[in-house]
Design a protein around this ligand. Structure first.
Ligand code: ISL
Length: 571
């Protein structure tokens, strides 16, 4: 009997295929490259692979712009290669989850080409076409149907002179939004999902799935958003968790997912705890879990992601604790520090200096993996890979970064100030090639890589990490082992300790008389704290620690070296 909730005890590893391993020397990672490297994942001990999109795509947004859902992009391989990958993953006892990008397609998808062919096309209504604003001439500034700003800068509306209307794109202009109000669109999506499930995939990570329902006025128009600064308004209240979102997700589950014991995770920018409880309530049969963005916004200033400020540990603890508590009795959390959209966590919430890189990466892993929920590891995180130090705009590849640069330059920003803002947060930090070894191009490719390899690969790489018992890799491997060995890690109740402490992150997990205590110094200075009522737990068995020579606790008092962390179990 398959456990329908197997994903609760699983650890997921995300592969960004473009940057993982290149088998044919064209500088772009591919499916055969992944097959060649599966043993790395077996050694790490993960259960599931989430594959970022490999479908046919013009690659405007590295595959998040799909022109054929039922084919593989030639840069990644063929349908035979994906079948071989699914088989190879299953042979090793792992599962494979696909990225499902159905808020939008590519503008080169046959559906969109048909839709844009004329106002009377049978697929016209598959996308969001709207006339220019009344009294304005189409294609001139201010004529857009709403004032919404795209996630990737500029208006969300693209003028189509041939048919005299605009189409909506929340992301790049090459990613037109599908109109989920149209039942034919939804049925086409569900049929495609069934096609992949029949091919053997074990679930879906659903790209921006809480954006598919938009709020329409009774006359079919879309409302303007509030303007806070500049020319654009914030449309997010009208497309985030819109009025029909729960209906759509329940329908998707019934039509494509029911009774198949799949893993489903909805990527949901802007999702609140209250909403997440509903999305992940098993009784509602929508998705197993969601990706929250709240903890990823704690180091953003009022200007959003390009406006970085230092993280306060108390904010991070309060936020993670609120999600732990909010989804305790109903629903399930996903746990992540990294993905292909986020800068590297060791450079962001840790310390990537030579002195603290390894320990801070381990301690960040510890505090995340011992929480209640399904952990996600992003390629290279298990090596403590760092941000990259690109100096020139020409080195960046990401459409979000490049659009932001172009638009902000146009608004009068200086190139130096822009680069300084981009460097720590650009999505390209996550997208430099996986560092396999110390050789040229890090063993990623024999050709010219599509994006530069981080020069620190001579030191930070999988080969070196696997040979070193004290590496970040072996720490992550042990974290996964601890989860597998102890039910309390999967199911235990969570309680935060020391909520007001700016240096130490400590919490307990309890189940059936056992208590797991996690205590972590999240700073480069020694820490000395008192954990009230925890003397017994502090004296528990050490399951995992960053320092072999840690000072023994004295009653309720514990002293921790910089970035030291411990996981203790009291049975
Ligand atoms: O990356 C972001 C901030 O830097 C987000 O705004 C991101 O665009 C948003 O989380 C949605 O991400 C997902 O959909 C995008 C794609 O570019 C991302 O890679 C994907 O994870 C559009 O498909």
């Amino acid at each position: 009997m398959r456990d329908p909730e197997w994903w609760k005890s699983a650890v997921v590893y995300q592969i960004y295929p473009r940057s993982f391993a290149d088998s044919d020397g064209d500088g772009v990672g591919d499916l055969r490259g992944i097959i060649d490297r599966l043993d790395h994942l077996v050694a790490l001990g993960v259960d599931v692979i989430w594959l970022s999109p490999i479908y046919r795509s013009p690659q405007d947004d590295n595959g998040y712009d799909i022109s054929d859902y039922e084919d593989v992009d030639p840069s990644f391989g063929t349908l035979e290669d994906i079948d071989a990958l699914i088989a190879a993953v299953h042979e090793r006892g792992m599962k494979l989850v696909m990225d499902l990008v159905v808020n939008h397609t590519s503008d080169e998808h046959a559906w969109f080409e048909e839709s844009r062919s004329g106002t009377d096309s049978p697929k016209r209504d598959w996308y969001w076409w709207r006339p220019p604003r009344e009294g304005h001439e189409g294609g001139t500034p201010g004529a857009e149907p709403t004032n919404w700003e795209s996630f990737f800068s500029g208006s969300t509306w693209e003028w189509d002179a041939a048919t005299g209307e605009y189409y909506l794109h929340l992301f790049s202009r090459k990613q037109p939004d599908l109109n989920w109000e149209n039942p034919e669109v939804r049925q086409a999506v569900y049929a495609m999902m069934r096609w992949w499930v029949d091919r053997g995939v074990d679930g879906f990570r659903m790209d921006v799935i809480n954006l598919v329902s938009k709020e329409l006025r009774p006359d079919g128009s879309l409302p303007d958003g509030v303007v806070r600064s500049g020319r654009f308004g914030d449309g997010s209240p009208y497309y985030t968790a819109g009025p029909r979102i729960h209906e759509f997700l329940a329908e998707m589950h019934a039509e494509a997912l029911a009774d198949k014991a799949l893993l489903t995770v909805g990527e949901m920018p802007g999702v609140t705890i209250e909403q997440a409880r509903a999305f992940t309530d098993p009784a509602r049969r929508e998705v197993n879990m969601v990706f929250t963005f709240e903890h990823m916004g704690l180091d953003h200033g009022p200007g959003g992601k390009w406006d970085q400020r230092p993280l306060r540990l108390t904010d991070l603890k309060a936020n993670l604790a609120a999600w732990q508590e909010g989804l305790a009795d109903v629903g399930w959390n996903s746990l992540y520090w990294n993905n292909h959209d986020q800068p590297r966590i060791v450079s962001r919430f840790g310390d990537d200096s030579p002195e603290h890189r390894v320990t801070s990466a381990k301690t960040l892993g510890t505090v995340l993996h011992m929480l209640r929920g399904t952990p996600y590891v992003y390629q290279g995180e298990e090596l403590g890979m760092t941000n990259v130090d690109f100096r020139r705009i020409e080195e960046f590849r990401d459409v979000e970064t490049l659009n932001h640069y172009r638009h902000a330059l146009g608004d009068g920003a200086s190139p130096e100030a822009l680069l300084a803002g981009i460097r720590p947060v650009s999505r390209d930090n996550a997208r430099t090639p996986m560092q396999w070894d110390a050789s040229a191009n890090a063993g990623f490719t024999t050709g010219e890589p599509w994006i530069a390899v981080n020069p620190n690969h001579t030191e930070i790489n999988a080969e070196a990490a696997r040979a070193d018992a004290g590496s970040v890799f072996h720490h992550y491997r042990r974290l996964i082992e601890v989860r597998r060995a102890h039910d309390v890690v999967v199911h235990g109740d969570f309680a935060l300790l020391l909520p007001g402490d700016e240096q130490v992150f400590a919490y307990t997990r309890s189940l059936d008389g056992q208590t797991l205590l996690v205590v972590a110094n999240m700073s480069g200075e020694p820490a000395d704290v008192e954990l009230e009522g925890q003397a017994d737990h502090l004296a528990g068995e050490v399951l995992l620690s960053t320092h072999d020579d840690g000072a023994p606790a004295e009653g309720e008092r514990v002293r921790l070296a910089p970035w030291e962390s411990r996981v203790l179990l009291r049975r």
